[in-house]
Design a protein around this ligand. Sequence first.
Ligand code: COA
Length: 568
Amino acid sequence: MRILLLTHAFNSLAQRLFVALREHCHEVSVEFDINDGVTEDAVAMFRPDIVVAPFLKRAIPESVWRKTVCLVVHPGIVGDRGPSALDWAIIDGEREWGVTVLQADAEMDAGDVWESLTFRMRIASKSSLYRNEVAEAAERAVLTAVQRFSDGSFQPDPQDLTGPDVRGRLRPAMKQSDRTIDWQADETDQVIRNINSGDGRPGVRDTLLGLPVWVYDAHADDRLTGQPGAVIGRREGAVCVATVDGAVWIGQARRRDDTQSTFKLPAALVLGDRLDDVPELPVHDGATWRDVWYEERGGVGALHFPFYNGAMSARQCDRLRAAFGEARRRDTRVIVLFGGPDFWSNGMHLGVIEAADSPADESWLTINAIDDLVHDVITTDDHLTIAAMQGNAGAGGVFMALAADRVLARNGLVLNPHYKGMGNLYGSEYWTYLLPRRAGTENAEAVTQARLPMGVAEAGCLGLIDERLNGTAAEFREQVMERAEALAGDPALPQLLGDKAQRRAADEAEKPLVSYRKDELERMRMNFYGFDPSYHVARSNFIRDVPKSRTPLTIAAHRRRAGRASGA
Ligand code: COA
């Protein structure tokens, strides 16, 4: 079928549906919901059998839904309506929540139901639930609804909100006052819930050390205590605030004084010298915040680096590299690089770069720090390395995974193995060595030019991934550890290490790693310091979430086609 994805932005859910529908052999094109006229044009050009709307902030125009069936994905249970579905589910402490696929009609979220699925809630941020449970249920529900539509005989259910079992209801947009933290009264769980409900957006209004901020990325600490509301410690980018019954780490913040120019950053960076008298606190066992840690089991060392949004600053890369070096010195045989549960990595930290006095210098510092790390992984000859992708990855983050000997990925995640969308960035991370080595030169060229999101099935076919595994992030980690332990105990391991060393030596003789890096960095230097400001403009827009004024042609197939037909 021909399916138009109508969406406010090509966000993680829209990307996941794009991938899944194409895998099911549908012809898919994307249009951003900019205004009614643009939507009408897109429908006229593409003539879709059906419109699927994964992420909308406004109603679909009547001129469209009257003529074409439009399926709207609502991140709520049947009967739930309103723009803050997940925010309320978190604040209300719902144990079970859901996704409903309904047909657009005159009233928003009130149309007939094509499919609805439920899932168990987790204590997690809104964006983590959205990227995992919601995305998973939405994919299944949309595929079922599309199949039902294609069969032709299915009659969607009108929403009957009078039944005794219907829990969903119309909820207003959540206001800041609904999630305000009262540091003198709220217990740790409540503080976490409030921050989770607004994370990634819009955050929770608060004041830290006298500075008005929005806060995000909350983690309970089971040991620290202090005067409620006081900032009692810091650790790398995060700060610790005491509650009435413990303490909460806050990883990210954004200044509130000037909404136009501020953006989300590590909280300690936002607070700057206000933290001068706040002590750096060492990591302790138990619940606390840390963004790099190591564990060991059965001859396997596992490194975790759940960097917020998968973004890696130069300092984070240096710390991760040091941790990797430590892991190599242990008496183990396999090292697993786990990334974080929501993201493996999204490459350079564009926010920290944007905030620097010289974004060009900070970009240079960051890309070199990532390259150093990737170099160490590629040249590891004493261990087998496994990149275990629990969550999505983009740009340099994808190529960093390819540095490992084996790449394992969780089914359902989305990869964006390309840089060009960020203002024609050339990219480094030894991608010119790593990508063709796995995918071949022709495919490498096609992948980087196409600039499309890719599912793990396609990544597997291209050779970017060696094995796909099912399950939640926790189940995936366990399966990976079992495989890694088996590998560590495999008598053939020395042989595998020998083969690896031979291959590396042959590759090095053909073209040394240092040459790949030099060639890539020459191009990157032009991106950072050259006359063309595209990368700096794209980064600034990306980090400030400036809406796109038109749909990129890479995903708007109907517009590409129309352009070709008109000879443009
Ligand atoms: N640096 C800083 N923040 C980043 C980031 C990066 N490299 N990559 C993603 N983010 C942030 C986004 O700003 C967004 O922030 P929010 O918490 O305010 O919502 C959040 O992560 C999610 O990103 P989003 O773009 O909404 O996710 P997505 O799943 O829709 O798209 C990507 C995934 C990878 C296509 C997209 O995030 C991207 O292009 N990232 C930049 C990759 C890049 O160019 N890296 C630098 C070169 S190595």
